[in-house]
Design a protein. Structure first.
Length: 320
């Protein structure tokens, strides 16, 4: 049998066409097949680049996202926090916001203490293509310097290429599960809802929850050097742009408050003291409030009732 290069090339092209089509669909129509959480990341990404100017910008993770209700706090507040984010994502969110808007008067920064210890959603950051290639290069350089395995793991280059090219090995299953366009209506509705609420959304909807939160899994405040480096970058960015900054502690439920180790709290307090000394013009809260379990929609996040209470406390305490 004679080898035919022309036939081989033709067959390769025929095989590659459906793969290319899947990748194009994945890149162009993410709202049609992605899980609903993607819409919150995309809404925030759109806002920091193209949204209205904010007088107060909320930065942080899901406890910030579900804990501060902008319309209850004051006019001109936007909640740009992201579920699962660490200081890494928020540094770039803030930088992108400042590149496209005048500096806000104030920033409220809220992170769950455990998010200084774990980068537990990095694959989600890659999957949602939240960061640009230059931004990813900066993060990977930092991961190499600090030895952060959650980011600088074996195979990270292949992963980034696969996510950026929207290759089928990363996205085909989600497209199949959504039957290509099955998630569009729910995703569009969630996107519009988050935008209408100026970035706020609920993560837990129980009428009370006594489950143990993520901090209960840490005996000590075993921080990530990469996260602390990016937190310092975020603080520097806010300081350099003259933003009045409030580092606020989100409440935890009573069940978790009874279990979290004293060693963890001691380490966290030392970290906050170092931040306070480095940025004396910032307001830095140390005490993490403990709310009754009825104010929590799941083990980590306040429900709407809890968010209303917490937002009212912040409003009164700082005269927003």
């Amino acid at each position: 049998m004679r080898f035919s290069l022309r036939k081989l090339i033709r067959n390769l092209i025929l095989i590659s066409i459906p793969l290319i089509l899947v990748s194009l669909f994945a890149a162009i129509f993410p709202m049609r097949y992605m899980a609903v959480e993607y819409t919150m990341w995309q809404e925030e990404k759109d806002y920091v680049k193209n949204g209205d100017n904010a007088t107060t910008l909320v930065l942080g993770d899901s406890r910030a996202k579900s804990g501060i209700i902008p319309e209850n706090l004051s006019k001109g507040v936007y909640n740009a926090a992201i579920g699962g984010a660490t200081a890494i994502e928020m540094y770039y969110a803030c930088r992108n916001y400042l590149n496209n808007h005048p500096s806000p008067e104030r920033a409220i920064v809220i992170f769950a203490p455990y998010h200084f210890c774990e980068i537990d959603n990095w694959q989600q950051t890659l999957y949602y293509n939240y960061l640009t290639v230059p931004e990813l290069a900066e993060v990977e350089t930092g991961a190499f310097k600090t030895g952060e395995a959650a980011v600088g793991y074996s195979g990270w280059i292949t992963d980034i290429i696969s996510f950026k090219l929207r290759l089928p090995n990363k996205y085909l299953d989600a497209i199949y599960q959504a039957k290509f366009t099955g998630n569009f209506e729910a995703n569009k509705s969630k996107y519009d809802s988050v935008m209408a609420d100026c970035g706020y959304t609920e993560f837990g909807t129980d009428n009370g929850n006594d489950g143990l939160n993520y901090e209960t899994h840490h005996e000590t405040f075993d921080y990530s050097e990469l996260v602390l480096d990016y937190y310092d970058r975020l603080m520097n960015l806010l300081e350099e742009n003259g933003v009045e900054t409030y580092i606020i502690q989100s409440p935890i439920n009573e069940a978790s408050g009874k279990v979290i180790s004293s060693e963890f709290w001691t380490g966290y307090d030392k970290f906050l003291t170092a931040v306070e000394n480095e940025y004396p013009e910032f307001t830095v809260e140390h005490e993490v409030p403990v709310y009754d379990n009825i104010y929590f929609g799941d083990n980590n996040h306040m429900n709407r009732k809890g968010a209303e209470k917490f937002t009212a406390v912040v409003k009164e305490k700082y005269n927003f």
